[in-house]
Design a protein. Structure first.
Length: 557
């Protein structure tokens, strides 16, 4: 393969003298410009721990690229912190940022005619955003995750950001003091790195290794572990090898690779956001993946990893136990893995899994003959409230049935006020609508509300459903991504206070006990809500975004 298959068009020949002159202004030499140009898409930002350390990793990746004969050119894109914006108006920006991240990586790579690209990612939306860009470009490349944060230590116990959010609810309920909440706040996030449990960032990190876009074993190295510098350097060498062999993202992103990724989410108790992001990546890659596929794969895959938010351990513990490779090895041994799928390392996923080493005595990843649960945690519910489906995460601790009266809120803010005002009672079903991709806009996560419910001691007696999203830290009987959303005239828009709502997880059912005729009568009187943002990026997103059941990607109308 011509290693300068694209960059020749911007660096070679008499007519490109002007371009070369501008490259030389920033320090590139004729020798540099004679080599393949490799984009380094860095999602560094100074606003959060998840991406704060990525400049260091980017510098190491560039060293690896130069060592392997390429010329790296770093560029930055954006990131929005889910954890910091949770429960605020800023949370609407998070999912929107996924599209902007994908768009910006695509634009710079096309505009600068890079021959290959390394995407260095951290917080939740930067990971699928990078994968979506690679799928669109079909440019030789890979994804490197910046790594998980170390757990904090609070009174002798490991803690994560999930504990802080649940402590807010406990503080409201009078169970802990203001001083105790402040003490926890000060220690829960000890340094750089993404949220420590199997929340969305670590779930999508797992997905990237299992789908083949990240080298096996690289992502799970914690953020501040010295080994992270080494794997970043190695990524520079690997991307040059991918360029030489001509391996492209769409060679990797097959239907079977997506099933491997879903199996890894199910086996690790991963975030419901993975459904949204994998559907989006599949749409960009031209792979036929539907929401029902998550149910099918989850049903045949055991839950093996004992990770937070429902389990005992954090992602750094999993790395020490044997990493994502050990999880892949378990899936391979149980015949839950399509072993021949390609990865950026050049080895098939099965061959990568075979090389995994298990730390003696580890308790994080269960043996095949003693799974934590016989089936994976992802459950797709349907019914008259969610004709296109919705997503719940069932770790094995939750009740599988619930029937109760609806408490309906047209925004997360109103629901949070009711929870913290102690207006939600045992048995209630909290319904939060007009927070979907279009209605939000941006489909904000509901961790503030769900954590407050758990913190107040109502996690075992209250259920919740929403057309918005959940954080990977959410647990309890919670159904998100209800589709169609209220802003598109979905049945959730017709629910009224006091309507009886029934969850039946065994039957995969979510329904409101109201006749179809009554629902139709109510919807005949319904009017679409006015957009919260009539201009700007939110307005453009709301006009172009698809249903959550299609991955909430933006497409020209």
């Amino acid at each position: 393969m011509d290693l300068k298959h694209l960059s020749r068009g911007i660096t070679e020949g008499r007519d490109r003298a002007g371009a070369r002159s501008m490259f030389k202004a920033v320090g590139f030499t004729d020798a540099d410009l004679s080599r393949p140009l490799i984009g380094v898409a860095n999602t560094w930002i100074e606003t959060m721990p998840c991406n704060f350390h990525l400049r260091r990793l980017s510098a190491k990746a560039k060293e690896g690229i130069r060592d392997a004969g390429g010329t790296p050119m770093e560029f930055n894109t954006i990131a929005i912190s889910d954890g910091e914006t949770m429960g605020t108006e800023g949370m609407r920006a998070s999912l929107v940022s996924r599209e902007l991240i994908a768009d910006s990586i695509e634009l710079v790579c096309r505009g600068q005619m890079f021959d290959a690209v390394v995407c260095i990612v951290g917080c939740d939306k930067t990971i699928p955003g990078a994968a979506m860009a690679l799928a669109r470009l079909n440019l030789p490349g890979l994804v490197l995750y910046g790594g998980t944060i170390a757990p904090g230590s609070y009174r002798g116990k490991d803690v994560t950001i999930q504990d802080v959010y649940e402590a807010i609810g406990a503080n409201v309920a009078g169970k802990i003091s203001d001083a105790e909440l402040k003490e926890l706040e000060n220690v829960a996030c000890p340094a750089a790195g993404a949220c420590g449990g199997q929340y969305t960032a670590n779930t999508m990190s797992t997905v990237m290794e299992m789908i083949g876009l990240s080298p096996m074993g690289f992502n799970s190295v914690p953020a501040m572990d010295p080994q992270k510098d080494e794997v970043s350097f190695d990524c520079g060498k690997i991307v040059m090898n991918v360029l030489k062999t001509g391996l492209r993202p769409r060679d990797i992103l097959t239907r079977e690779a997506f099933e491997n990724a879903i199996a890894s989410v199910a086996a690790s108790g991963g975030s419901t956001n993975s459904v949204l992001h994998l559907l989006a990546i599949a749409r960009e890659a031209g792979v036929n993946l539907e929401i029902d596929d998550f149910q099918r794969v989850s049903e045949r895959t055991p839950l093996l990893a004992d990770l937070k938010p429902s389990g005992r351990f954090v992602a750094a513990d999993m790395h020490r136990a044997g990493g994502i490779g050990l999880l892949a090895k378990r899936l391979l041994q149980g015949k839950y893995l399509h072993a021949s799928e390609k990865t950026v390392s050049g080895l098939a996923i099965g061959a990568e899994a075979e090389q995994a080493k298990e730390t003696p005595g580890q308790e994080v990843i269960a043996p095949l003959d003693k799974p934590l649960k016989a089936t994976g945690g992802l459950v797709i519910l349907k019914g008259n409230l969610a004709p296109e489906g919705c997503v719940a995460k069932i770790s094995g601790h939750e009740r599988l049935e619930h029937r109760g009266p609806a408490r309906v809120f047209d925004s997360e803010k109103d629901a949070m006020a009711a929870v913290t005002g102690k207006k939600i009672k045992a048995g209630d079903v909290v319904v939060i609508r007009n927070e979907g991709p279009k209605g939000g806009p941006g489909m904000p996560e509901m961790l503030s509300v769900t954590a407050a419910i758990v913190g107040e001691g109502l996690g075992e007696t209250v259920a919740l459903l929403t057309d918005g999203r959940f954080s990977g830290a959410t647990h309890g009987l919670m159904a998100g991504h209800v589709s169609p959303e209220a802003a598109l005239g979905g049945p959730i828009a017709a629910v009224r206070d006091g309507d009886m709502i029934r969850f039946d997880v065994r039957k995969r059912l979510l329904e409101v006990e109201v006749s179809n005729d009554v629902l139709k009568q109510r919807m005949a009187q319904w009017k679409p809500p006015q957009p919260r943002y009539p201009t700007g990026v939110f307005a453009k997103y709301g006009a172009l975004v698809s249903s959550a059941s299609q991955g909430a990607i933006t497409r020209p109308r």
